[in-house]
Design a protein around this ligand. Structure first.
Ligand code: ATP
Ligand code: MG
Length: 425
């Protein structure tokens, strides 16, 4: 047996205690989902502390398996490896082959062999096995051993039915498997911050649903398209995502009519949070996530954050609270959301909002303003107009709601009574 495969490992620290089984099962499910689009022949096996990916008979897929494994949240190390018979000779032959192909910088590289037995019933100890393989590499390739700073490191792992040998080692995404912490509803604007915030939530094990408020019917569909594209990109990291589109335009006009003035932006944020909170409860999410960063803009002073949070009944999580804008931008570029966030749109937040934003608000002052509208009816009305889209990950060539979206979002000025994602009723 000589089978190329990919080993996926997860951080031991995260695995203390009773959560281990759930963590491992969730990760296994997520890995399966991430390779499901690659067609038949991909195998996902579970060993103690390791997930093993292979595609027997489809060697062309190997690089793609490595790439996908590196994207799965919860995987901390990815090692392309050879799976061989459970004998010292087979392990030594594989080690020589992989070491020879390793191409280190130095012409006569120094190497080390690190052997481990996950199953202890092997005839050699780890030390004996490493010595035997080391001697073989020394003889075949003429390389000297250096156990402290080797150029090439050969990892040998004895399992119950096979031995895995690897020389390459890549960092994975790390974090906790998406889903093992529960479900959250992320408030997604068209900006740079909220997609990064949602990704941070995913990295702590939260599966995310999304809600985006558009300015419809006062604005066109561009922000809905952006939200859709962002969810599609983020779905790479967690699989299909649900996106609710809610037209906020009428409610914004009401706020302007009752004279919200400098409280407009905070009042509008409270409406969003109220609607999102109710939506989350109806659809099984246990928390809300926003892209707020303390002090980034005037709507995000501590008192404004507190005034907005006041209307949430679920925990309101702000993963970027202490991040600088530059850090957020760098992460957005790394995730591939920056190129979408950069696109122009008609942001509902600036619609009808006066230039001056109150930086010190209290729940009381907002409650007084809100008495001038029927908040309960306004929120219910928003939820009635919510339109749900199921969004599949970007790279997968599967049918989803994208085609329907194009048909359903009317250009501004179109018949507002037509059934649509963003036109108000
Ligand atoms: P972002 O870059 O995410 O737009 P921002 O720095 O522009 O954030 P704000 O516009 O004050 O900040 O929004 C703060 C947070 O409120 C956003 O990160 C997002 O979670 C939520 N939010 C703002 N506008 C919308 C919207 N139209 N739909 C859904 N959520 C929104
Ligand atoms: Mg914004």
């Amino acid at each position: 047996m000589r089978q190329p495969c990919v080993l996926l490992k997860y951080g031991e620290l995260a695995l203390k205690g009773r959560n281990r089984g759930r963590f491992e099962q969730q990760l296994l499910d997520n890995v399966r989902r991430s390779v499901a689009g690659l067609g038949p022949g991909v195998r996902v096996r579970r060993r103690r502390g390791v997930i093993v990916l292979s595609a027997p008979g489809r060697p062309g897929l190997h690089a793609e398996l490595v790439a996908r494994a590196r994207e799965v949240i919860g995987v901390s190390v990815v090692q392309p490896a050879l799976r061989v018979d459970r004998t010292p000779e087979a392990a030594a032959a594989a080690a020589v082959e992989l070491a020879r192909g390793a191409r280190p910088d130095r012409s006569v590289p120094r190497f080390a062999v690190r052997a481990r037995r996950r199953q202890k019933d092997f005839p050699l100890t780890s030390g004996e096995l490493a010595a035997l393989i080391g001697a073989e590499i020394g003889t075949e390739l003429g390389w000297p051993v250096d156990l402290s700073t080797p150029d090439v490191e050969v990892a040998v792992e004895v399992d119950r039915r096979e031995i895995f040998v690897a020389v390459e080692r890549h960092h994975g995404r790390g974090g906790l498997p998406v889903g093992c912490s529960g479900r959250a509803l992320a408030l997604l604007s068209g900006g740079y911050d909220s997609p990064v915030a949602a990704h941070r939530a995913m990295r702590r094990g939260l599966a995310c649903d999304f809600v985006h408020f558009t300015g419809a019917p006062l604005t066109g569909p561009s922000s809905a398209y952006k939200a859709y594209a962002l969810v599609r990109r983020l779905a790479r990291y967690q699989g299909e995502g649900r996106l609710w589109l809610i037209p906020l335009g009428h409610a914004q006009r009401e706020l302007a009519l009752v004279g919200a003035g400098s409280l407009h932006v905070v009042a509008q944020r409270r409406l969003m949070v109220r609607a999102a909170d109710r939506l989350a409860r109806r659809h099984g999410a246990q928390a809300l996530v926003t892209g707020d960063s303390l002090g980034q803009v005037s709507s995000q002073t501590l008192s404004n954050l507190a005034t907005v949070e006041d209307v949430a009944t679920l925990p309101l999580l702000r993963p970027l609270l202490a991040w600088d804008k530059e850090e957020i931008m760098a992460e957005a570029r790394r995730l591939g959301t920056a190129e979408i966030s950069r696109l122009p749109d008609e942001d509902c937040c600036t619609l009808l909002a006066p230039r001056r934003v109150a930086t010190r608000t209290t729940p009381g002052s907002l409650a007084r303003l809100e008495q001038r509208l029927d908040v309960e009816a306004t929120v219910e009305n928003l939820l009635t107009k919510a339109r749900l889209l199921h969004v599949a990950p970007e790279e997968e060539d599967v049918q989803d709601d994208a085609a329907g979206l194009a048909d359903d979002i009317p250009a501004r000025g179109d018949d507002a009574d037509a059934p649509s994602a963003v036109a108000a009723s």
